[in-house]
Design a binder for this molecule. Structure first.
Ligand code: CA2
Length: 149
């Protein structure tokens, strides 16, 4: 069985650690990727890590994950609150999906309270900072089980 986990990041997350540290912390996206790869190796998960500011690219990565990847971790960033297209793409993926938000979106503006993606997510992690990605990978390892070699 595949142990590929596709980790997707939406618009502006390339600025992580460079602006608004009071909301998103000081870790950069490169730090998050390094931690996902470190933990992925520990959990025997093959991590594919992407970020884009373009909706179609995220959709293409979701399509590419079909019938190949075991699971998806996605922080759709602002597309969370707007994108039926990403929801539709995720609906065509068979495996577990964990939605991650670095900040606690429920403590913020009302427009951040609605997530189109949550309707298809197996789990949602909000407000745990960048540690949310590690929590998501641990959850996926539980859901897909051990590597039997
Ligand atoms: O809390 C999250 O992870 C969000 O998905 C982040 C999105 C926001 O639109 C969502 O409502 C919640 C924003 C990502 C932008 O990230 C930046 C990081 C540093 C500086 C500026 C933007």
């Amino acid at each position: 069985m595949s142990r590929i986990v596709v980790v997707l990041n939406g618009p502006n997350l390339n600025l992580l650690g460079k602006r608004e540290p009071e909301i998103y912390g000081r870790e950069t996206l490169a730090d998050v990727e390094a931690e996902c790869r470190r933990l992925g190796a520990e959990l025997k998960l093959a991590i594919e890590f992407h970020q884009s500011n373009r909706e179609y690219e995220i959709i293409d990565w979701i399509h590419g994950a079909r019938e190949r990847a075991a699971a998806i971790v996605i922080n759709p960033a602002a597309f969370t609150h707007t994108s039926v297209a990403i929801l539709d793409a995720l609906n065509a993926f068979g495996g577990p999906i964990i939605e991650v938000h670095i900040s606690n979106v429920h403590k913020r503006e009302a427009f951040r309270h609605l997530s189109f993606v949550s309707a298809v997510a197996s789990g949602v992690i909000v407000g745990c900072g960048t540690e949310g990605y590690a929590l998501a990978l641990r959850r996926i390892a539980t859901l897909i089980g051990e590597d039997k070699g």
